[in-house]
Design a protein around this ligand. Structure first.
Ligand SMILES: Nc1ncnc2c1ncn2[C@@H]1O[C@H](COP(=O)(O)OP(=O)(O)OP(=O)(O)O)[C@@H](O)[C@H]1O
Length: 624
């Protein structure tokens, strides 16, 4: 079965957005502002270079009507030298322009990319859940490359060409008004045609850039899931899915090419026709003696000098459209509110003051009537958590047990505010977590998720990122001891060995132990562990548990557990069922008193709870 095409970002549209390309592109101004002097200087240099090119026909006119007509050899040599110097000056000036823009534009691109990355880091998890990763990746790569190209080339050259065309037309009108009007005649149909082209091209370029995002998603997922693809012999169906998407992109690119070819043809044919007409009218005037041959040569040379500025307008407009689409896609992410922007009241001093004196009964971690529904859950589906009440006293550890899909991971994700509770509240030592700055909250709470993610960095960096920045080698080794991660000392460079995606591959159990070390390295006040030992063999698990017990003695912990051995780590057990805490007690108490718990621990099915069958499901990313 081939992978279905990635779902589009929720606000993606293949329909024209009705946006003005100019207004969209103006949003880049804050980024361009710091380098504006260089950009304007470069544009000015390019205009001068272009106008130097327009002087050449005037020298030609002087040459034909003067030295050539008078058979003055010295004058002809002088004219030729002038033409050569003008040509060299034009080339040098264009070279200077290129040097002027290269460095500042690299800076603008880096700024845009840095801003996007920083913003993505601060977006709510719910937002990232809804977006295919390739759509985000393509915004940070292809789209930003299009923007740099736009700032380097079309932006300057649309201006340069416009000025060149205006100056050239004025020069032609001054040389001969009638011929000038003949040359100008195609301007009206050209403008009308360009506006129709702009709309169509905008739609096609949006579609193409979104499809690049889809392709990026498929490539990324195939690389990350290469073991599954190979293990199930799915490379052919994956390739087919990829081919389908790339074929679709090819179709869109061909549509763009057809549009471009049409506008190019119109842009070339109309002025060429006008040049032909001018030649005929001018030749008749020369024959009548009302126009000098030099003026006609100069006129036609000016018209030919304007050929490139006019012809290039088609693809410059196309590049502008692509840049406008890229800008639009870029700001779709940048305009999404960050976690902080979604709750600006979270840092109010009044709240902090009132929260500063918790009553002793509130100490520890407390869930009060917590309800939660995923924002993208199908309408009408029941909430995942439907009134969770649980109090974990300071220094106590509670194991959270429940059927698969009952909402355990969801509940743990609410504590560091990876998702926001829909109703009710969670308090840490009496302070509502929504009134705490996220940084403070996340410094208090450490988490180790079921799926241990390591970054492309050394073992030490991966573990120490769980601390507050002050943890040193001693803390690192203590954390590695707790997690029984002694294997790191056998790695080629010990704790300096690079692991993660671009480093040494570790086994699932090894990665899980490093993730556990990361969670405990900062001696957190509150510890959330989502089935932290699931990938360990029984001996390693027992060793980790023994070491972990010492850590748990000094921290308040919530541990998602599936196995009795993990459950026994905790002081008490809470059973999550149908969105609520159905029972709390010690492992042995619940084994005796709660049938659902007993069956969960024994591995036998229990008819009363089947959250996977009745649960709301995970419509967004999982569906892909
Ligand atoms: N991002 C999401 N959007 C929508 N629904 C989701 C999302 N993540 C999880 N769910 C749904 O929420 C429910 C609870 O999922 P959760 O991962 O919390 O269960 P769990 O108890 O941890 O399961 P397990 O024991 O298998 O890890 C499931 O029905 C799941 O499909």
């Amino acid at each position: 079965m081939p992978t279905p095409p990635p779902s589009p970002p929720p606000d993606r549209t293949d329909e024209p957005t009705g946006r003005s390309a100019v207004r969209t592109l103006l949003r880049l101004w804050p980024y361009v502002r710091p380098v504006r002097v260089r950009l304007f200087t470069a544009a000015f240099v390019a205009i001068v270079a272009s106008c130097v090119g327009l002087v050449i026909p005037l020298v030609l006119k002087w040459l034909v009507d003067g030295p050539v007509a008078d058979r003055d050899t010295a004058g002809v040599w002088l004219g030729a030298l002038c033409l050569l110097l003008l040509g060299v000056a034009e080339a040098v000036l264009f070279g200077v322009r290129r040097r002027l823009v290269a460095r500042p534009l690299a800076r603008v691109e880096a700024d845009l990319r840095g801003r996007l990355y920083a913003h993505v880091q601060r977006l709510p998890v719910a937002f990232l859940d809804r977006w295919a990763s390739g759509q985000l990746l393509s915004r940070g790569t292809t789209d930003l490359m299009l923007l740099r190209q736009f700032l380097a080339f079309p932006l300057t050259f649309l201006l340069v060409n416009a000025v060149t065309i205006v100056v050239g037309v004025v020069v032609m009108l001054l040389q001969d008004f009638t011929l000038g009007l003949v040359m100008l005649a195609p301007a009206v149909p050209l403008i009308a045609f360009s506006s129709v082209f702009e709309k169509r091209y905008a739609r096609a370029s949006r579609q193409a850039q979104d499809q690049v995002g889809d392709l990026t998603t498929v490539v990324e997922e195939s690389v990350l899931g290469i073991r599954i693809v190979k293990g199930f012999g799915r490379h052919r169906s994956q390739a087919r899915a990829f081919r389908e998407l790339s074929w679709r992109l090819r179709g869109t690119e061909l549509r763009k090419a057809r549009l471009l070819a049409t506008i190019w043809a119109v842009i070339v044919i109309l002025p060429e026709t006008a040049v032909g007409a001018t030649l005929v009218v001018g030749a008749v005037q020369v024959a009548d003696g009302t126009l000098s041959a030099g003026t006609l040569v100069a006129f036609l040379s000016t018209a030919l000098a304007l050929r490139w500025p006019v012809e290039s307008i088609g693809f410059l407009l196309a590049m502008c459209q692509e840049a406008a689409t890229a800008t639009e896609r870029y700001f779709e992410v940048l305009d999404a509110p960050t976690e902080e922007q979604q709750d600006p009241g979270g840092r109010t001093p009044a709240v902090r003051r009132s929260a500063a004196r918790p009553s002793p009964a509130d100490a520890g971690l407390r869930f009060e009537g917590v309800r939660f529904r995923y924002p993208d859950a199908p309408p009408g589906s029941p909430p995942v958590l439907d009134g969770v009440d649980l109090h974990i006293r300071p220094g106590e550890s509670v194991a959270l047990v429940g059927a698969t899909g009952s909402g355990k991971t969801t509940l743990t994700a609410l504590v560091p505010r990876l998702h926001e509770v829909t109703e009710g509240r969670i308090t840490l030592d009496g302070r509502d977590i929504t009134t705490m700055p996220r940084e403070e909250l996340r410094a208090l709470v450490a988490v180790a998720f079921e799926e241990p993610t390591l970054f492309s960095a050394s073992v030490a960096d991966n573990v120490l990122m769980g601390g507050d920045g002050t943890a040193g080698t001693a803390e690192l080794h203590r954390a590695l001891d707790v997690a029984q991660a002694g294997f790191v000392h056998t790695l080629p460079e010990g704790t300096a060995t690079r692991v993660g995606e671009q480093g040494l591959s570790l086994s699932g159990g090894q990665r899980q132990r490093l993730a556990l070390a990361r969670a405990v390295v900062g001696r957190p006040r509150f510890l959330i562990l989502d089935d932290p030992l699931s990938a360990l063999d029984v001996h390693t698990e027992a060793a980790v548990e023994a070491a972990l017990r010492q850590v748990l003695a000094g921290t308040t912990a919530l541990i998602v557990a599936h196995r009795p051995s993990t459950v026994l780590l905790a002081d008490r057990v809470a059973l999550l069922s149908r969105g609520r805490i159905a029972a709390v007690g010690t492992h042995h108490e619940l084994l005796r008193t709660d049938a659902e718990y007993a069956r969960l621990m024994s591995g036998r099915p229990w008819a009363g709870a089947q959250p996977d069958a009745s649960g709301p499901g995970r419509p967004a990313k999982e569906a892909r």
